[in-house]
Design a protein. Structure first.
Lengths: 180, 321
């Protein structure tokens, strides 16, 4: 039998295998729940769809969660480790983190190389990086920028809002998780 | 995994055309027509695919005869295109943004020394940043000591509003919209995008701290280029419209009345401070912005009664000016 006449040609077989593989991926989870990702570390997983409810856990940036139920401003989710709870929906994103599933050099995506470099360059912790590097300060000096102005930028960077004050601000304004 | 294993075990005599196969999967084949040869791949105009060794599966695939030469060329071009686009990393972004923050203070009156006002603007700004598309970086907010109504964002999370602008606003929802607009410039990396397309970086594969450290003139050129964009020429108008769109969205996500930004732009359009504000030289006209924002408002029809927090704004801000 020649390849042309054989209904089980290599191309058709591979097409079928690829379709089955993709189909299988779609059905990989127990339910058909959408997977979303936590946008920022410290995001609260709460016992009920209310900002005043007990905090079950705090989730890290990039944690995948499966959506079980949706209310107006909260999603009930299942998190890794079997934890279930509610998260304010705007703390979640459908966009997977850049370096999720990238692995080492394996896989076709790994062969592209650039993706791994991008992940490494974007993953630096913002809080440990300050804009006023020696390079910035030298540039500032050459531009006639005053010491007072340099101190203003440092003050701006050092300013931190007390978390309890932020909670009070949101609660009194009925904003964020406290929105009606 | 099965597909990859199948590829590797396919007999070399069948010489599998992966490039054609992928294109065939993407487009439905025309009915009753013989299969056509795939169109030649063309790189997008700004792409400069790097001619580098690719290693990895591409090299392995070619040596095993899995990919024919044409497919391998197509895949190599894609690899090169991705490698040519090295986005500016966070460290570099903050170095650029920090230097520009110095420029903002230098050019626009320095910091307004009022702790209560700085605190309030930080509360509103940081809460809106939390629900943005890039909440994981640190955002910093400051009030500028100038009566001209101005607002700026520099890469890396630095956001400024002037005392003059705060005097024009009527409520917290409008402030949230303005800060949302500036935050959107940062989340969407507008200034960096514009910089990457500029002549300053042409011919470079990327912009690193090491390169800028080594070449002081390069760092100066980068800062001068972005200063020119932010303070003189302005960003591309489409990027300003995008910042309006996402500024409104971010304020809505936080729970503010979403038309706050639109209401502020209306006030700005009616103000007599037009000559003294950077908004008029670097942004689309207020009428164009209002039109664009009004077209977006119907998607927020459920948010008509969201809070504007006029009383909180008046008692906090007006009392400090």
């Amino acid at each position: 039998m020649t390849p042309k006449n054989n209904i089980f040609s290599v191309e058709r077989t591979l097409s079928l295998l690829l379709i089955l593989l993709l189909f299988g991926l779609c059905f990989a989870s127990d339910s058909f729940a959408a997977t979303l990702y936590v946008k920022k570390s410290g995001t609260k997983l709460q016992a009920a769809e209310s900002a005043k409810s007990k905090v079950i856990a705090k989730l890290d940036q990039g944690t995948p969660v499966s959506v079980i139920k949706k209310s107006r401003r909260f999603y009930q989710v299942s998190a890794p480790g079997g934890k279930k709870g509610w998260i304010f929906k705007f703390k979640l994103t459908a966009k997977a983190p850049v370096n999720s599933g990238g692995g080492g050099g394996g896989g076709l995506l790994g062969a592209l190389g650039g993706r791994q470099k991008i992940a490494a360059r974007e993953s630096s912790s913002g809080s440990s990086i300050r804009g006023l590097s020696p390079m910035s300060k030298k540039h500032a000096k050459n531009k006639g920028i005053s010491e007072e102005e340099i101190q203003s930028v440092k003050q701006m960077e050092a300013f931190h809002v007390n978390p309890q004050e932020m909670e009070k601000f949101l609660k009194e304004g009925q904003l964020g998780e406290y929105g009606q | 995994m099965l597909a990859v294993v199948s590829l590797m075990w396919s007999q070399s005599s069948h010489s599998f055309d992966l490039g054609g196969f992928l294109e065939g999967m993407a487009k439905p084949p025309p009915q009753s027509q013989p299969a056509k040869k795939p169109a030649p791949q063309q790189a997008a105009p700004q792409e400069q695919p790097a001619q580098q060794g690719d290693g990895g599966l591409l090299g392995l695939g070619e040596s095993l005869g899995i990919f024919d030469r044409k497919t391998s060329r197509i895949l190599k071009k894609s690899v090169g295109a991705v490698q040519a686009f090295q986005p500016i990393g966070l460290k570099e972004e903050k170095a650029i943004g920090g230097s520009l923050a110095l420029e903002v203070f230098h050019r626009f009156g320095g910091m307004y020394k009022n702790a209560a006002l700085q605190n309030y603007v930080n509360l509103v700004g940081k809460s809106v940043a939390e629900v943005s598309d890039r909440p994981e970086i640190d955002y910093h907010f400051a009030v500028l000591n100038t009566d001209n109504p101005n607002a700026f964002a520099t890469p890396g999370g630095y956001v400024f509003v002037s005392v003059g602008l705060l005097r024009m606003l009527q409520n917290e929802a409008q402030l949230a919209g303005v800060l949302g607009h500036e935050i959107a410039h940062i989340t969407k990396k507008h200034a960096l995008q514009t910089l990457q397309r500029s002549k300053v970086l042409s011919g470079l594969g990327g912009l690193t701290m090491a390169a800028m450290d080594k070449d002081e003139a390069l760092f100066d050129q980068v800062i001068n280029q972005v200063s020119d964009i932010l303070f003189t020429r302005g960003l591309d108008k489409n990027l300003e419209f995008e910042a309006d769109k996402f500024g409104m969205e971010y304020a809505y996500r936080m729970g503010y009345y979403p038309a706050g930004l639109r209401d502020f732009v209306k006030i700005l359009g009616q103000s007599s401070s037009q000559e003294s504000s950077i908004f008029f030289s670097t942004h689309p006209s207020p009428s164009a912005r209002i039109q664009a924002l009004d077209r977006l408002l119907p998607r927020y029809k459920g948010a008509g009664l969201y809070p504007i927090l006029a009383r909180r704004y008046q008692s906090t801000v007006k009392g400090q000016l």
